[in-house]
Write a protein that binds this ligand. Structure first.
Ligand code: SF4
Ligand code: SF4
Length: 298
């Protein structure tokens, strides 16, 4: 008896076709299409640093306030690298920004929303410095945009969605993620402190600004005055600086110099602190001994 083997044909939304910047694909989304808003009812949108920056500014909130209000956190890998996803309405998978009229943050919608129905892949070939960008088409049953008239190249589509600006602002962050992933165990498990800094540098541009303005940072790092003045008022410049700092912390790629004698001063302060703690511990032990032997004399 022969056994019938059924191919369950699991639904896979990703077409296994890689597209380059000049490749053409058929897709058009428009108001009034019968599936309007369907793609925003079941979301899983990972946010990039520039997405956060644009949206927190739209609501005129400090980055941390916006993050706490409109995102949920997740871990991007086994090392606990912090990631953010757009929040959904309570009890649903629907985007918090979805209204019957469409996206209420359209001008500042995240990169993932702009890319849809394209997915993006970045790969670094062994031994090569740069990374290779490629794209793939995401076909989901509910999306009727694939049957509309309209064809364009990947690059034309990216331009129509305002993506060159987003991609340029996120490029360094994506490179850091790629390097972190490809380095794997070679750089070891990152410390909890470096993961905190990853969060601060990647998403909390206002928190990072306060960190740069702090006495501790100013005492240790020598930032050129013009650059310092710019990053204190310009979010994009601060994000670029924060990612420079992150490279320094994660990979030891020094581009922000220490102030002369600052390291020596810190070491001296650390030595004094250790000596003080040891002295206080010795005094406490001595006081306890006095109390014990004193009580024997009674
Ligand atoms: S941000 Fe706008 S486009 Fe993106 S999922 Fe939400 S409603 Fe849809
Ligand atoms: S065509 Fe696709 S992307 Fe456009 S509204 Fe419909 S489901 Fe969303």
């Amino acid at each position: 008896m022969s056994e019938e083997i059924r191919d369950p044909k699991p639904f896979t939304p990703v077409q296994p076709v890689q597209l380059g910047p000049g490749d053409r694909f058929r897709f058009r989304c428009r108001k009034g299409i019968p599936c309007f808003n369907e793609c925003c009812r079941n979301i899983d949108i990972m946010l990039t640093p520039y997405d956060v920056l644009r949206l927190k500014r739209r609501f005129d909130l400090a980055a941390r306030e916006w993050i706490d209000r409109d995102t949920r956190d997740f871990q991007m890998d086994g090392h606990g690298t912090p990631g953010l996803k757009l929040a959904t309405k309570p009890g649903t998978n629907e985007c918090i920004y979805l209204t019957p009229e469409g996206c209420s943050v359209y001008e500042d919608r995240p990169s993932a929303c702009r890319y849809y129905a394209l997915g993006q892949l970045a790969m670094r070939k062994k031994g090569e410095a740069g990374e290779e960008e490629s794209y793939f088409l995401v076909r989901e049953d509910h999306c009727l945009g694939h049957f509309e008239d309209g064809e364009q190249t990947v690059d034309e589509y990216r331009a129509s969605q305002g993506l060159p600006q987003y991609d340029a602002a996120n490029l360094e962050w994506r490179r850091i993620l790629l390097k972190k992933r490809s380095a794997g165990p070679a750089i070891g498990k990152p410390s909890p402190k470096s993961m905190e800094l990853f969060f601060l540098a990647s998403y909390d541009v206002d928190g990072f600004r306060a960190f740069v303005a702090s006495a501790g940072f100013q005492e240790l790092f020598d930032v050129e005055p013009e650059l310092l003045a710019r990053i204190m008022t310009d979010d994009e410049a601060m994000l670029a600086f924060a990612l420079r700092f992150l490279r320094q912390v994660l990979f030891g790629e020094f581009s922000i110099p220490y102030r002369k004698d600052a390291v020596a001063r810190r070491r001296e302060r650390y030595r004094e602190k250790v000596e003080r703690i040891e002295r206080e511990a010795a005094e406490r032990a001595s006081a306890e001994q006095d109390a014990m032997y004193g009580s024997l004399d009674d």
